[in-house]
Design a protein around this ligand. Structure first.
Ligand code: PLP
Length: 411
């Protein structure tokens, strides 16, 4: 019999969302008439922008002609998209990122999950708690940890607690690590890293020869002027940081699939013989070996996001979701709950009432208000006592959900 990768057996039993699905399914079976509102999984609900659809239609028609047909594209992405990204997401904001430092993919989940492959299996990893589960689980699968303890903490991981006391912003650890995951605007807590916090992280990375893996999937949701949109706004970050961006949450691409990773030419790691090796070459090599590029119609659609119409359509969607976030934040505050986030991120992170466990609060909202959210404990032990509500919903549903939660908490 084939020997399996035993590291998979270390993974905490249920991935969070299947467990939410299981509990919701059981409730639905027992209560087929209940109208359930889902503000759980972070998936967009508004339709794809028209400019994107038109560009995709045109690309498909081109593919149907002899002159316009395209087979395999460059693994790193088409030049037209990499140029549009470099100018639209960085150049126009005064940030230096060149087109050949951009690697287009079919999603940030894959990118942020795959990046660990270019590092040693012995590398020390620092991960915020609570966290987007992908960063942690992919390192467990790769064998960088021991088993989990009864609180779900894996041996060998350097956890960075994010609590109300530190504004849910991870602080550099007191020990050296090889790489660190950061996510701002944050999923699940909705917090953002300030320029000062990112400056501290860059200094930590330089002092310890560490690499920062900066996930900016929610960059489009930043509303406050002082919040950095890219880690490369911090001087020196090009030498220590890799950044992930995605079209999923900004342009509604969760079902279309397009994202990119920035690996600046300056950033290096250390080989077994002590020599310094550029990470850009390693990531490019990984892509060309294991990936054959995002599809041409999808990349054409992504490029349309940078047109004037595209930008306006994205802005409109972001504003819609952020109005939802404000309704959630204000509604919960009026119901007496303490909330965080929801200002520069489409997530509101709330403290459960009366110190309730986050899965107990999940069950209460599901059974009594028929609203599905996400228990904080599912994102890490520091998420216990918290609960995430997503602003990705239709306005009427969000309003109705908040009304129901308010009524439920009043009883
Ligand atoms: C949604 C999300 C992404 C984007 O994932 P895609 O695979 O590009 O859809 C990346 N990081 C975080 C933290 C997310 O929540």
């Amino acid at each position: 019999m084939a020997r399996i990768n035993d590291n998979y057996l270390k993974l905490a039993a249920g991935y969070l969302f299947p467990e939410i699905g299981r509990r919701t399914g059981l409730f639905r079976e027992a209560n087929p008439d209940a109208e359930i509102i889902r503000l759980g999984i972070g998936d967009v609900v508004l339709p794809l922008p028209e400019s994107v659809r038109e560009a995709m239609h045109r690309a498909i028609d081109e593919m149907g002609t002899e002159a316009g047909f395209r087979g395999y594209g460059p693994e790193q992405g088409y030049g037209f998209l990499r140029e549009a990204i470099a100018a639209g997401d960085f150049g126009e904001r005064g940030v230096e990122v060149a087109a050949d430092e951009i690697f287009v993919s079919d999603g940030s989940k894959c990118d942020s999950g795959n990046i660990q492959e270019i590092f040693s299996s012995e590398a020390r990893v620092a991960i915020p708690d609570p966290v987007y589960p992908v960063y942690l689980d992919t390192n467990v699968m790769a064998g960088r940890t021991g088993p989990a303890d009864e609180r779900g903490a894996y041996e060998g991981i350097v956890y960075l607690p994010c609590t109300a006391a530190n504004g849910f912003c991870p602080q550099p650890p007191s020990e050296p690590v090889d790489f660190v995951y950061l996510c701002s605007p944050n999923n699940p807590t909705g917090s953002v890293a300030t320029r000062e916090a990112l400056t501290e992280w860059v200094a930590y990375a330089k002092a310890n020869d560490a690499v920062l893996l900066f996930d900016a999937a929610y960059e489009a949701y930043i509303t406050e002027d002082h919040v950095p949109h890219s880690i490369y706004e911090v001087p020196g970050a090009r030498e220590v940081a890799i950044e992930f961006r995605s079209f999923s949450k900004s342009a509604g691409f969760t079902g279309v699939r397009c994202a990119y990773t920035v690996v600046p030419r300056e950033i290096e790691g250390r080989a077994g013989d002590g020599s310094r090796i550029g990470l850009q070459g390693l990531w490019s090599r990984r892509l060309s070996t294991k990936f054959n590029g995002a599809s041409y119609p999808v990349q054409a659609g992504a490029a349309a996001v940078y047109t004037e119409t595209g930008k306006a359509e994205v802005r409109e969607r972001v504003e819609y979701y952020m109005t939802n976030a404000a309704i959630i934040r204000e509604g919960l505050a009026a119901a007496g709950l303490r909330t965080y986030g929801g200002v520069n991120a489409p997530y509101v992170w709330l403290e459960t009432p009366r110190g309730m466990g986050s899965w107990d609060f999940f069950d209460q909202l599901l059974e009594q208000a028929h609203v599905v959210g996400t228990p904080g404990a599912g994102f890490g032990s520091c998420g216990e006592g918290y609960f995430r509500l997503s602003a990705f919903g239709k306005r009427e549903q969000v309003e109705e959900a908040i009304e129901r939660i308010r009524a439920n908490l009043a009883t």
